[in-house]
Design a protein around this ligand. Structure first.
Ligand SMILES: [Fe+2]
Length: 177
């Protein structure tokens, strides 16, 4: 299962620290198992239930958010230098994990994707952060997962959290126009 996760999310290779990469994969493995999914299901799960038909798959959205975040961080580092301190490994890990709770928030029923029982009580930022905490992800990464959406308004405390929040929304709002 680990190899298939790495094939579907090639940006995992951009995480330099092996132990961090392994933890990201471990969270994915647990989320897939608990959600009753196979890794390949991530390539047909919708990126959102709020736009019908969905504009992208879970994998496409996750990869695009991660890549947009890295591109933004590189642009800021090129211009501002050390005035903005961004941990690239944390940024990539957080980009890949920001929506991992959707694997628990969604379920499939009669060929349609709908909210799960858990998802009605805990939106994906909360379930995703719980998974990250349980698998020992650095608090800096769990913070981004917890605060990337509306739950995090007023609570984002790091550049990585702000960048992932905006990368997420630029990969969502254009599809609503
Ligand atoms: Fe999200």
């Amino acid at each position: 299962m680990e190899d298939r996760i790495k094939e579907l999310l090639p940006e995992l290779a951009d995480i330099e620290e092996g132990a961090l990469r392994d933890k990201v994969v471990a969270v994915y493995k647990a989320a897939l198992e608990r959600g009753g999914w196979q890794p390949e299901d991530m390539a047909r799960l919708p990126s959102t239930l709020l736009i019908d038909p969905p504009p992208a798959t879970y994998v496409e959205h996750t990869r695009a958010v991660t890549r947009c975040a890295v591109a933004a961080a590189e642009a800021m580092a090129a211009v501002y230098g050390s005035r903005v301190n961004i941990n690239r490994d944390h940024l990539v890990a957080a980009g890949l994990l920001h929506d991992v709770g959707k694997l628990l928030e969604y379920r499939e029923e009669g060929g349609k994707f709908v909210k799960s029982e858990l998802g009605r009580m805990l939106r994906h930022p909360l379930s995703g952060a719980a998974l990250c905490y349980g698998f020992g992800l650095p608090p800096e990464v769990t913070h981004v997962v917890a605060t990337h959406a509306r739950e995090g308004e007023g609570a984002r405390a790091t550049p990585e959290a702000i960048i992932i929040h905006h990368a997420d929304f630029i990969n969502f709002e254009p599809f609503k126009l």
